[in-house]
Design a binder for this molecule. Structure first.
Ligand SMILES: Nc1ncnc2c1ncn2[C@@H]1O[C@H](COP(=O)(O)OP(=O)(O)OP(=O)(O)O)[C@@H](O)[C@H]1O
Length: 603
């Protein structure tokens, strides 16, 4: 095992790489691929070796049998047969070996393709797992275009590297077998070939550095292009049209695409130059071996066998060289994949082992602060917050845009954790509660909570896979969505695109509310969940606020805010007032916040 570990480390990833556990799981395939390489080239080499007795028997004057070096045992084989049978028997043996070799080579190709597919899939699955489980602040700190480029492009290039690696292993097996056979034919000629190929390796050693540099240029250019792709393929396109920026976006897209083209051409050109140089060097080596053979006055059958072996070894030797070059040209993508898979330096997902049942006493923020990692020098987004959310009542979260309302919501959902202070739920520190159990009792409908592609029913049941059709319809009725859903061509089975494509803003919001309600949450968060609904739907949502449910409401609709029993008022991350709304209503901060929030709807 330690040999395999070293083999993988040396060729592809080192033991500290996050790709290592994956490579280790498939370490068993290295001896299999090597065996295939040995077998195919052994069979081929043996067939070529049989040329010596074939030529000696067929052309009796072509050279003495005693000069057949390490292949002497092959010379003795025909002597076991009747004299008339020797030629056809050797020819039949050569043909059978060629057939067998073709079979082994085919099996090897199929095996490598299977392995390539498996590993590619596992890399993509591991990347998706990392993205789905990494701490949420990771998304604040990283450019989505980079993540998309890693998932969409680099993961494929990384799996190409693995395919090349296994191809290289098979080729190394073949070169080893051919080298042994060459050694058996003539150790002097073998020495010439060995020295020559070492010189070639050293000469080409410097090329991989230049290719790796080219590879990084491609990766960078591709990330910029992904960014441009996002800009022309999502709803930003609306602003592009309205502000008449099509020409500018086209130019930016073209420049990014052109840079990807240029950087890939640079890599391809370098690879082509280096692999042509490799071919030429190998041709020189071939010629040098031929001249050395003539100088050594080898017999014709041996010379033919040596040259045939050398000729057949050459593609495998060039395949190793080419694979090394290609791996160098793809290396930046492997490092990008490694970066994303590596948990080091990335925020961790929330932990906690305590179970959670009902919300009975309420939620208390005690000296809670939160600072964004990328805004270390700025004031905290939430600054020493103290307040309480009472159970079974609706609490309005008031504050101007940027005051910290969404940050409070993210803290409650444990998408982020306080950098200071504690959040107590029924007296228990939220950081001790199992996040899965905690979130099972939460539901949120809001501005950024996008719908997924699927049917309307699937979207409503997204957070409650066990919901029955009756539950779905009931939730839709409560969110005033049932009537418009029933009028859709296939009603609840109507397909909606990603982010609810095909529905109006208000319809999307009502499906979002139904999706939250179907979970029967202990804590319902409505974060600008109603800004696009009309007065009729608003009335339906108003009735929710009367139900004995713990609700947090962020809204710019005064009519809804006014129905809340409690209020928390934020100003620049600080809680300036909190308590029953009726007692706070006349306070200047509350009046100001109400007015501003109503007049300045969040975008
Ligand atoms: N990803 C982020 N990285 C750094 N700072 C952020 C990030 N998101 C928000 N902020 C900052 O945190 C503060 C609070 O933002 P938050 O989104 O909580 O405000 P809000 O009251 O919800 O605003 P709005 O009503 O406009 O949605 C703001 O100063 C904002 O600039």
């Amino acid at each position: 095992m330690s040999f395999l570990r070293r083999a993988i480390s040396a060729f592809l990833v080192d033991a500290s790489s996050p790709l290592f556990p994956l490579a280790k799981r498939y370490a068993w395939s290295i001896p299999v691929v090597t065996l295939f390489g040995f077998l195919a080239s052994g069979l081929e080499g043996l067939g070529i070796g049989l040329l010596v007795p074939l030529l000696s028997v067929g052309l009796p004057g072509s050279g003495p049998a005693e000069t057949s070096g390490g292949l002497g045992f092959l010379m003795r084989l025909p002597l076991l047969l009747d004299e008339n049978m020797r030629l056809p028997a050797i020819a039949a043996a050569i043909l059978s070996l060629a057939l067998l070799k073709a079979g082994v080579q085919g099996a090897s190709a199929v095996f490598i393709a299977w392995l390539d597919g498996k590993l590619s899939h596992e890399i993509r699955a591991a990347l998706a797992h990392r993205l789905l489980t990494v701490g949420y602040p990771f998304y604040h700190e990283n450019n989505p275009a980079r993540l998309l480029a890693i998932l969409g492009t680099d993961s494929w290039r990384a799996s190409d590297t693995i395919r090349l690696f296994f191809g290289m292993i098979a080729a190394i097996g073949a070169v080893t077998v051919f080298s042994i056979l060459l050694l058996l034919v003539s150790w002097q000629l073998f020495l010439v070939v060995a020295i020559g190929s070492t010189i070639i390796r050293v000469l080409h050693g410097s090329t991989s550095g230049r290719l790796k540099k080219g590879s990084w240029r491609f990766v960078g250019a591709n990330q910029v292009l992904e960014n441009r792709m996002i800009r022309v393929s999502n709803e930003v396109v609306r602003s592009v049209r309205i502000f008449g920026q099509e020409g500018r976006e086209q130019r930016l897209f073209d420049e990014a695409s052109e840079e990807v083209r240029r950087s890939s051409v640079v890599v391809a050109r370098l690879s082509a130059i280096f692999s042509s140089l490799l071919e030429v060097s190998l041709a020189f080596l071939f010629l040098a071996a031929l001249l050395a053979a003539i100088a050594l006055e080898m017999s014709v059958p041996l010379l033919i066998a040596f040259l045939a072996l050398l000729y057949r070894m050459q593609p495998h030797a060039s395949a190793i060289g080419r694979a090394r070059l290609e791996i160098a040209s793809l290396w930046a993508s492997v490092e990008e994949v490694e970066w994303l898979l590596d948990p080091a330096g990335k925020p961790e997902a929330p932990k906690g082992a305590l179970g959670f049942g009902k919300l009975e006493k309420g939620i208390r923020f005690s000296g809670v602060s939160f600072r964004f990692a990328n805004r270390e020098s700025a004031a905290p987004a939430i600054n020493d917050a103290d307040f309480e959310i009472r159970p079974n009542v609706a609490t309005a979260l008031l504050g101007r845009s940027g005051a910290g309302k969404s940050t409070i919501v993210n803290l409650l959902c444990r998408l982020i954790e306080p950098t200071q202070g504690r959040i107590l739920v029924d007296g228990v520190d939220l950081s001790q509660i199992d996040p899965v159990q905690w979130r099972a009792g939460l539901a949120i409908a809001g501005q950024d909570i996008g719908l997924v592609d699927g049917t309307v029913a699937e979207n409503i049941a997204y957070g409650a896979p066990d919901a029955t059709m009756a539950d779905i319809v009931e939730a839709a009725r409560r969110a005033d969505a049932h009537d418009f859903i029933s009028a859709l061509p296939q009603s609840y089975e109507c397909l909606v695109g990603n982010r609810g494509l095909g529905l109006s803003g208000g319809q999307r919001q009502r499906i979002g509310i139904a999706r939250a309600l179907v979970r029967r949450p202990r804590l319902l968060i409505l974060d600008e969940a109603t800004n696009a609904v009309d007065a009729v739907s608003e009335a339906a949502i108003m009735s929710l606020l009367d139900e004995p449910m713990t609700i947090i409401l962020i809204s710019h609709r005064e009519s809804l805010l006014a129905l809340c029993e409690d209020a928390i008022v934020l100003e620049q991350g600080r809680v300036v007032e909190w308590g029953p709304l009726r007692t706070l209503r006349d306070k200047p901060a509350v009046r100001g916040a109400l007015e501003k929030q109503v007049l300045e709807p969040a975008t």
